[in-house]
Write a protein of this length. Structure first.
Length: 299
């Protein structure tokens, strides 16, 4: 005989009225529709025929016949394939470098006995409250001889202050007894970090890594600012060229899509840009809420 499920509702909160529950359900449905319909519209347009897309003003809600010519055509010439490779490379290198640097700095700033810990933390927070701006950042990148180099797409933003603060809060929430036990066993700071802290921090590492990966994948501005374009253009920059070019993307984006409806080609590029991050999210979803809440609230 199964026991009744316990009532987890607070004592001061009564049972919701049917009208309130229906209103909440309707709100959830509306929000889901606002999120899902644009995605479906883009996906349907990318696999519709050119005649159908042109007849419906550039969009298609339900394709009469599947047509994948947009995907095959946008990869012709190698521009999109190379841009996709640049995006993958920048995202992989940038996320790895950002996670490593953020983890080391957050761990150091989370320890109470670190030398000059508070001044360093204040200096980091100062850069968050008062960012340097575009021109000083460009001059720094140029002086470091990173201009028109792949490293310029991730080194200038390798540490995000918000992610650093969240990870630092997570490390501070680890019981101090674990650090003391590690010290009694003769473990140094690095061994404590790799043997004690990191195995307990999978949730926050997954969340911060996802934040960094999404940021690097979607960024298009740094390629415009720190490079001369061409072979260093990521997929997001090429997609921006398509969107701005509108009805004449061949000249602006450097991709030959002759014979394809412009919105169909743009929709195919949007799908290509969305799929990698969207495919990675379900594997990290179970860490997401736990990592954010634990890192943001210090007990």
């Amino acid at each position: 005989m199964s026991a009744e499920s316990p009532n987890l509702r607070p004592a001061w909160m009564g049972r919701p009225k049917p009208a309130v529950s229906a209103l909440k359900a309707a709100a959830v449905v509306v929000i889901l529709a606002l999120i899902a319909v644009p995605f479906w519209l883009v996906l349907a347009t990318s696999v519709s025929s050119d005649a159908e897309v042109n007849a419906n003003g550039g969009w298609s809600l339900w394709p009469d016949k599947l047509d994948f010519s947009a995907y095959t055509n946008v990869f012709q010439g190698g521009t999109i394939g190379h841009a996709l490779w640049v995006s993958v490379l920048v995202t992989a290198l940038g996320t790895a470098a950002s996670l490593a640097s953020t983890t080391f700095l957050a761990y150091a700033l989370s320890r109470p006995n670190v030398v000059a810990g508070k001044p360093i933390l204040l200096a980091v927070l100062f850069t968050f409250l008062f960012p340097a701006g575009m021109i000083p950042s460009f001059l720094v990148v140029t002086d470091l001889h990173l201009f028109d180099h792949l490293a310029a797409l991730f080194v200038p933003v390798m540490i995000n202050v918000f992610n650093l603060v969240v990870m630092r809060g997570f490390f501070q929430g680890i019981p101090e007894e674990l650090y003391e036990a590690a010290r009694l066993d003769g473990a140094g700071d690095l061994r404590t970090l790799f043997r004690i802290v990191l195995p307990l921090s999978k949730a926050i590492i997954a969340v911060v890594g996802l934040y960094y990966a999404v940021g690097y994948w979607n960024d298009y501005f740094r390629a415009m600012l720190y490079t001369n374009g061409g072979s260093l253009n990521p997929l997001s920059t090429v997609l921006r060229g398509f969107v701005i070019a509108g009805n004449n993307p061949n000249a602006e984006a450097g991709v030959d899509i002759t014979g394809i409806a412009p919105m169909k080609a743009i929709s195919a590029l949007v799908v290509i840009a969305i799929v990698p991050i969207a495919a990675a999210f379900p594997f990290l979803q179970r860490y997401f809420t736990k990592g954010v809440m634990t890192g943001a609230v210090k007990s």
